[in-house]
Structures are given as C-alpha cells and as structure tokens.
Design a protein around this ligand. Structure first.
Ligand code: ZN
Length: 405
C-alpha cells in the first residue's frame, strides 16, 4: 500500500446548452443513438452468451457505420450495449428498454475545454456541436489536471434540459501511512478513533446532521396531515411539500460534505488510512424506525461514506472497508456480548468489566484494538485481529459510484 498509485475517477455533471447549433439537431442525434443502441440490445438479448467486443465489432461495425455513425461512436455504442445486457442478465431482469435519450461518447469524439467552459462533441459525419457548460468556473477548475475519458450526454425530459456527465480520472499516488482511523456512523453521531503504533492517539465524536434535515421532512409531513384528502392533487400543496423535501436534502448534503472534509483532514494530519464498515443493511439501534427516518439515515450513511472515500482517495489516503460483523455488540477486550445501557454517554458494558461508549467501542472493534489498560483482566491473548494488517481491500471508487447516467 506504500508508494502505490490508485486510479481515482471523478464525474463532472453539468447542464449544457448548444451554441450555434439548434437543440433539435442534438436531440435528433440522441434519438438516433438510443434507437440503434436498442437495436443492438435486442439482437444480443436472445443469445445464450454475450459475445466478446471483437465479435460484436465484426458483426455490427460496418452496419452501424452505414447508419452514419463515426468509428468511435460505434465502438462506444457496442461497449455500452454489451454492458447493459450483461448487467441486466446478471440481475435477472427482463429485456432492457432504453427510455431516455442519451449517448455515451469516448474521448476521441469529445473535447473538453475547462478554461473556456465548453465541450465540443462530434455528431454524425463531420458535424460538431459546441456545448456551453453552465456551472461555476471555480467548480470546473477542480477538474484541471485530470484527464477525461468519456462523456454521457443526456436529455432530461422532465426538466427539458441537456446534461453532460464527463468522467475524469487521475492516478493518485498513495501516501505513506503510519496508523488507522476508524469510523462509526449512526443516527446521532459519527465516532472517530485514531490508532498509531498500537496506541489510541485521538478520539472524536461529530454530530450527524440528520436532525436538522429531519425538521424539514416533518414540516412536509405536517402539510400532508393538514390536507389529508387533497394534498396529492393540489399543485400548490405538492410544491410546498417538495420544497421541504428538497431543502432537507440540500441541508443534509451540504453538512455531509463538510463532515467528510473534517474527517479526511484528520486522517491527513495524522497520516493514517481510513477504516470503515461495509454498509449492508440497516444499522439503526434507535427506536425511531419510521420509514422516512430509516430511509433518510441510510441515504446519509451511504453518502457520507462515498464522500469520505472519494475525498480521501483524491488526496492519496488509503481507504479500507471491512465487513460489518457485530462491531457494536462485541466486547473489544474479551469478545463477549455487550449489553447496551444507553444514557447520555451511550454506555455499553461487558461481563468482563469493560465499560465504554457504544460508538467508540465500535471503532475499537473496527481497528481490532484491545484496550488493555481499561480492564485489568484483559490482555490474555488478543481476540481482535492485528490492526497493522487490515482485512479487506483498499477500495477504489467503483463504477456504480461514479456513473450518474
Ligand atoms: Zn468483555
């Protein structure tokens, strides 16, 4: 893990407007692209095995070229069709039907100019279209020094806007680390414990911004309750409800970004890798299990992990994801089952005499750290794993995380 490089992928999603070319021309191209994409998907769907790209190329290249596509359009279209069919078959879904208008183009058919804030893409034949990116310059500047490798142009039919998702990548050199930062996320707070050379050097609890977001959700609910029969049908009421929902998500996203930055700053300061738990199901020990609460918190946990993973990798800080196996119910000293006392300090106790904060304990378990001094009977053989040899893989941002199309 030392001195290695990791490929980091980052997506720029931006609203674009065509310059000098009518929007209709762009939409016509997208319609052309998606209909031939559907054609290839239909052909592939009935087959037992999804053919290799080389086979696809032999079979469809000349044909699609005759439909006015450029060489690289065809290449990307075939790749995309294969990906879609493969993914759908793997998930056991029915035949994919492309409903939205979009096209994925590779870097030979696109030219991204961040300085001028424009993208030039090649449509059929020798036709090019220039698209102006409608985004703050300071935001675009964040992608300087990155190389782009493909672009998805998409028509949002509800908003009636054109969007470009540009995929950038960069090889980031991983920093040398000398310890680990464990992270435990739950409804009320985020616990952070930093370990270096088998010693705990820092512990921190950050409040989770969920409650702030929740007040807006509650307002939205109140409106629904006030107009129980008509809220679904009244445009004004629906708009008011939507406004509260949107505001809730905005507040949450903003706070989560800030929180992620603070945690990654800590990891950078102490020169440690970040260890977090794999989020599988619901991890909510609170009794408030109303549907939107749990949904909102899962959304927040996922987002926070994504942001942290992302911001860390960008700065060359390794991220380790460990499977969640009762990290908050196991005693870090003897491995026994903890009982939850609760209260202001969210205490957990063990028969062996261990007493601790529930979330901090979860972090200790993630680190595989055994707090000897806290318990006189401890220290007879380690039950935790060796913290210097983290299990799990150093993760890279996966495709699902970066693809927004
Ligand atoms: Zn114990």
């Amino acid at each position: 893990m030392r001195g290695d490089t990791t490929r980091v992928v980052k997506t720029l999603r931006v609203r674009v407007v065509p310059e000098g070319t009518p929007l209709v021309t762009v939409l016509e191209f997208l319609r052309h692209y998606t209909s031939w994409l559907q054609f290839v998907i239909d052909k592939l769907w009935g087959r037992k095995n999804v053919p290799s790209l080389a086979t696809l190329h032999n079979e469809f290249y000349d044909f699609l070229r005759s439909k006015n596509f450029r060489a690289h359009h065809v290449k990307e279209l075939l790749k995309l069709a294969k990906e879609i069919v493969k993914a759908t078959k793997k998930n056991g879904g029915s035949k994919p039907i492309i409903k939205s208008l979009f096209a994925r183009l590779d870097r030979y058919d696109t030219k991204v100019d961040l300085e001028r804030g424009v993208v030039r893409i090649a449509l059929w034949g020798r036709k090019y279209v220039t698209l102006r990116m409608l985004h703050r310059r300071s935001y675009l500047a964040r992608f300087r020094g990155w190389s782009y490798y493909n672009l998805v142009l998409k028509w949002d039919s509800r908003e009636r806007n054109l969007y470009a998702c540009i995929m950038f990548r960069r090889d980031v050199e991983m920093k040398k680390i000398s310890g680990f930062l464990a992270l435990d996320i739950n409804f009320d707070n985020v616990a952070v414990v930093i370990e270096k050379n088998q010693r705990i050097v820092a512990m921190k609890l950050f409040p989770m911004p969920l409650r702030k977001a929740l007040t807006h959700k509650i307002w939205a609910e109140r409106i629904q309750k006030r107009y129980p029969k008509i809220w679904r049908f009244s445009k004004n009421i629906l708009n008011a409800i939507r406004k509260h929902h949107r505001r809730a998500h905005e507040i949450l996203t903003q706070h989560l970004h800030r929180l992620a930055n603070r945690i990654v700053d800590l990891a950078e300061k102490y020169r440690v890798a970040i260890v977090m738990e794999e989020l599988t199901g619901l991890k909510n020990n609170c009794r408030r299990s109303r549907a939107f609460n749990t949904k909102l918190s899962m959304f927040a946990y996922r987002r926070l992990q994504e942001y942290i993973r992302y911001k860390a990798l960008e700065r060359g800080i390794p991220v380790i994801v460990r499977p969640a196996r009762g990290t908050s119910s196991k005693c870090p000293v003897c491995g026994g089952r903890l009982s939850y006392i609760g209260g202001k300090f969210r205490l957990v106790v063990c028969k062996c005499g261990y007493v601790g904060h529930r979330d901090i304990t979860a972090c200790l378990n993630l680190l595989g750290f055994q707090p000897r001094k806290m318990c006189p009977r401890a220290g007879r053989g380690r039950t935790g794993s060796n913290p210097m040899k983290p299990r799990g893989d150093v993760t890279q941002p996966n495709e699902a995380m970066t693809m927004q199309s």
